[in-house]
Write a protein that binds this ligand. Structure first.
Ligand SMILES: *[C@@H]1O[C@H](CO)[C@@H](O)[C@H](O)[C@H]1NC(C)=O
Ligand SMILES: *[C@@H]1O[C@H](CO)[C@@H](O)[C@H](O)[C@H]1NC(C)=O
Length: 230
């Protein structure tokens, strides 16, 4: 009799583990099935990819200070190398930044309404991101923060688009698009922001900004190797 209880406990534990495994399996299968119709991310300045283009992918969180700090030097490199670089930014909302998902979603909303200002809005988030930090919005409802984000975004997009921006926050498609961005980052092993890939390969030191000199040190040898046919 004395053994009865622990055994029961163990079998319950096993059932629980099996349940967790099955749930994880179902989640994974679900993630694998949902291939988006379009490649995730926002292309910088509508540039094109050619044979010798160096492809940079950046996973950035609009309310992450390190993502913010990483943007000016990367932008400087984009200006310096011109069409040799092709950038795709994927929003990657970190779960410990309370408004990361909504601000990332706002980027998808903006990109749908007018793709030519997506990067301008991203820069605005970086410039004023402290408005949306955890402590600043701790007492606010999600609805009021989304409203605040909508008004913030309308400053760039045009105040006449405020109602379209706000309805974007109740459009399931923009919610799903933001989830795709997140899941895509997870599928590539992104664990923090900023996180960069160059020609498909991850750069070391994820989570910290790379300065302009750092970008030159990464890109110059690639261009040199290309011109030597390697
Ligand atoms: C998108 O934004 C740009 C820059 O503000 C503006 O010139 C253009 O007219 C806008 N396009 C649309 C479709 O609203
Ligand atoms: C949040 O509410 C509490 C209690 O009302 C108040 O003490 C605190 O200062 C508020 N914080 C912010 C950031 O508004």
């Amino acid at each position: 009799m004395g053994l009865e209880k622990p055994r029961q406990g163990i079998s319950m534990l096993i059932s629980a583990s099996v349940f967790v495994c099955i749930s994880l399996l179902l989640c994974t299968v679900d993630a694998q099935l949902s291939i988006p119709a379009k490649y995730d991310g926002f292309v910088y300045k509508d540039r094109r990819v050619h044979d010798d283009t160096i492809v940079i992918e950046a996973f950035l969180d609009p309310v992450c200070p390190d993502s913010r700090d990483s943007w000016p030097p990367l932008k400087q490199a984009l200006e310096y190398y011109g069409p040799r670089l092709w950038l795709l930014v994927h929003p990657f909302p970190l779960p410990y930044h309370d408004n990361a998902f909504s601000t990332s979603r706002a980027l998808h909303i903006v990109n749908k309404l007018n793709a030519s200002v997506t990067y301008q809005v991203l820069e605005m988030f970086f410039k004023h991101q402290e408005i949306f930090y955890n402590r600043e919005t701790y007492n606010k409802s999600k609805q009021s923060v989304d409203h605040l984000i909508g008004k913030f975004v309308a400053e760039v997009l045009g105040k006449d688009l405020l109602s379209e921006i706000e309805s974007g926050f109740s459009d399931r498609k923009t919610d799903l698009a933001t989830r795709v961005s997140f899941k895509y980052g997870c599928s590539r092993g992104v664990t923090g922001t900023p996180f960069f890939f160059v020609n498909g390969f991850p750069l070391p030191d994820p989570g910290s900004a790379i300065d302009y000199k750092g970008w030159k040190n990464i890109i110059d040898p690639l261009i040199g190797a290309q011109s030597q046919g390697r």
